[in-house]
Structure formats: structure tokens, C-alpha cells
Design a protein around this ligand. Structure first.
Ligand SMILES: [Mg+2]
Length: 371
């Protein structure tokens, strides 16, 4: 069998969201994702996906397509079994661009697991008995709109609600959480995410005031470049701080943990550049005895399937934010991860990550083929 990469297809897709997804950086109305398919000569392929989030990655969909064509040229003819060598090639040729690199990495892992006929979790030495339940996220909106959604998500049976904050002054965010708690009670766990919206003073005030509301943890209270004030905040905050935008890479994880700037890490394949580098972040966290969450941008069930398989391989990943497909107006994915009524998320033993796009859906979009 010929294991050399024969062809790579890059397909920009678009899916409308059920309603705009709003964070402190602004609203998102559509998932504009980029799909990468890596083919061998005999037609076997692996599939990956990324969701470039322009306000977080600094990458756009057009940019990922352009960069993807460039990276694809470098991988044609490479032995697909040499995952780390392939990733070394793309990392060496282009700094940053974690989003599009993630789509390539995901396709490489999917194809390799398929070649040995293993589900991806097993290829990554994971354990499928590990239970995973997703939260559901409330957008940053006027307080009554947020309350309405939180009540609905409680009725829907979600085991945890995540609430987007990061408004200034942060007293408005405290009002939001107070109103949500009044409506849904104190027991259902709430996690919050400021998406870098506060400064040190606003964050300190908010986190101290929110102590009374049973908050599990807080993602990204400060701008990600500010790894000075985050150290003070981490010391003073009654609510554990989780690094998200401040931890793209394993080097970021090392820095943020070494300066005692965070207590928890949110791992996203789309920030790390895929599974290969995300495993390094999980390892750094494990060495430091730090728990992790896995999260997403606006990936479909293809990207989330890969993330679920990855999560099965790391017992220090204990929080799950896997709700992005639930916000999309259509589900164009065949196979892959499944949501259950109690919001448990499972994957089966299909080879690879088990998910693929409906060919009819992909036909609606251009495919750029490099060979
Ligand atoms: Mg976050």
C-alpha cells in the first residue's frame, strides 16, 4: 500500500447559527469553517475541520483557505503515517495559524486511526468508559434575555450552564448572574467566561462579588497578553481562574502555570493547532496537577467528534464545553459523536473520529484540490 499523501482538498463551508452567538468581542451569526480532506492514492481519506474565530485567532476563513493551499503543497508526497514529521513541516513553514493547522492535524489523525482500523480514542490510548457531559452556553445579552435562556437550558436538563460575561463595568455582569441565580436556583453549576473583557480592577470586583453565586470557574478574565495582573488576580480571586485565550500552546501553558497566573486550562484543538500539540498542553497540565476543560469555537460534529476522542485519552480533562453543534441551524454530519437526552456525549468504535460530512452538503461549496 502507498502511504504517500496524494491529494488534499480544502473546502470552506458555511452554516447559519440558530441565533447570533455573542461574546464580549462581538456577535457571530454563521459558522464559517474550513474542511481539510487528506487522501491516499487508493482513495482512503481523513477529514478535519477548523473554525477560524477572527477576534480570537486573527485568522479568517479566506485566510485559512489561502494558508491551507500553501501547507497542502508541502505535504503532498509525505508519508501520512509520519504525523509528527508532517506537523513539523507545516509548523516550520508558517508561524501561528493554529486554526488551519488544526484541520490538517485532525485529518492526519483521522486517517491514521482509520488505517489501523481503530477508533481515534484507542489510537490515542484513551478509555471509552470515561463519561462526558456537555454544558450549554448563554450568550452575552441584556439581562432578561440571558435569564430566559438559562431557564430554558435548565429545563432542557443540561448539567452545567456556561455564561458569557466580560461587560464593563463588571457590576452589570454581577447583576446578570444574580438574576440568573434567582431564576434557576443555586444548585445547577454555572461557569463563566469573560473572554478578556475586564481589566484587573473590574475583574477583581466581579469575581469577589460573584463568590456568593456558586461559580465553578472563570475563563479569561483579562486580556490574554496581560500575564502580569493575572498573577495577582489568581491569588486574590475566590473563583478559580481558567486560562483560555492566554493558552494557545504548550509553551503558553508552561508560562501561565510557572507564573501562577491560572489554576485551570481550557484546551481547544483549534487553538493548539490540533491533537498533536493539544496532547502536549494536557501533559504540561498533568505535570502541574492541573485540571483541564475542552472547548470549541463553532465547529460542527466533525470537529467535536475529534475533541471527544481526544478527551477520552486524558483523565485530567474533567470539564466539557461541547455545545457548538447545538447552536447550528443544520447538522450536515454523518456518524460521529452523539448527544443523549441527559447531555451525555458518546462516540462509538468506528475507525478514526467516526464523523464525516454529508457529500450533498459539501457539494454546495467550492473544493480546492491540491495534488
Ligand atoms: Mg473561553
Amino acid at each position: 500500500m502507498n502511504y504517500r499523501i496524494k491529494k488534499i482538498s480544502i473546502i470552506p463551508i458555511q452554516i447559519e447559527l440558530n441565533e447570533p452567538f455573542v461574546i464580549s468581542k462581538g456577535p457571530l451569526t454563521h459558522a464559517r469553517n474550513t474542511v481539510v480532506k487528506i487522501f491516499l492514492e487508493e482513495g482512503q481519506y481523513g477529514i478535519g475541520e477548523c473554525c477560524p474565530y477572527r477576534t480570537i485567532h486573527g485568522e479568517t476563513q479566506d485566510g485559512t483557505v489561502a494558508a491551507g493551499k500553501d501547507l497542502a503543497q508541502l505535504l503532498i508526497g509525505q508519508d501520512v503515517r509520519e504525523i509528527r514529521q508532517c506537523i513539523k513541516i507545516i509548523d516550520k513553514s508558517l508561524a501561528g495559524n493554529a486554526s488551519i493547522k488544526c484541520a490538517f492535524d485532525m485529518a492526519l489523525y483521522d486517517l491514521n486511526a482509520k488505517l489501523v482500523e481503530l477508533p481515534l480514542y484507542r489510537y490515542l490510548q484513551g478509555d471509552n468508559s470515561k463519561k462526558i457531559y456537555t454544558d450549554m452556553t448563554v450568550s452575552l445579552l441584556p439581562v432578561e434575555e440571558m435569564v430566559k435562556r438559562a431557564v430554558k437550558f435548565k429545563e432542557d436538563g443540561f448539567p452545567v450552564i456556561k455564561v458569557k460575561l466580560g461587560d464593563r463595568p463588571s457590576a452589570k455582569d454581577v447583576e446578570r448572574i444574580a438574576a440568573i441565580r434567582k431564576a434557576i436556583g443555586m444548585e445547577l453549576p454555572i461557569r463563566i467566561d469573560a473572554n478578556q473583557g475586564w481589566n484587573y480592577l473590574e475583574a477583581k470586583r466581579a469575581l469577589q462579588s460573584l463568590e456568593a453565586y456558586n461559580i465553578e470557574h472563570c475563563e479569561a478574565p483579562l486580556p490574554c497578553q496581560n500575564f502580569i495582573d493575572i498573577q495577582k488576580l489568581n491569588q486574590e480571586s475566590p473563583i478559580p481562574i481558567m486560562g483560555d485565550e492566554s493558552v494557545f500552546s504548550h509553551q503558553d501553558a508552561y508560562r501561565m502555570l510557572a507564573v501562577d497566573g491560572i489554576q485551570l486550562i481550557n484546551i481547544k484543538l483549534g487553538k493548539a493547532g490540533g491533537i498533536c500539540h493539544a496532547m502536549k498542553i494536557a501533559s504540561v497540565a498533568q505535570a502541574a496537577g492541573v485540571y483541564c476543560q475542552v472547548g470549541s469555537f463553532s465547529e460542527t460534529r466533525v470537529g467535536i467528534s475529534a475533541l471527544v476522542h481526544f478527551s477520552k485519552a486524558w483523565d485530567n480533562i474533567i470539564y466539557y464545553d461541547l455545545d457548538s453543534p447545538l447552536m447550528q441551524s443544520e447538522d450536515p454530519v454523518i456518524g460521529g459523536m452523539v448527544y443523549h437526552n441527559d447531555w451525555e456525549v458518546t462516540v462509538d468504535d468506528s475507525p478514526g473520529h467516526g464523523a464525516d460530512f454529508d457529500p450533498e452538503f459539501l457539494k454546495k461549496f467550492p473544493s480546492f484540490d491540491i495534488q
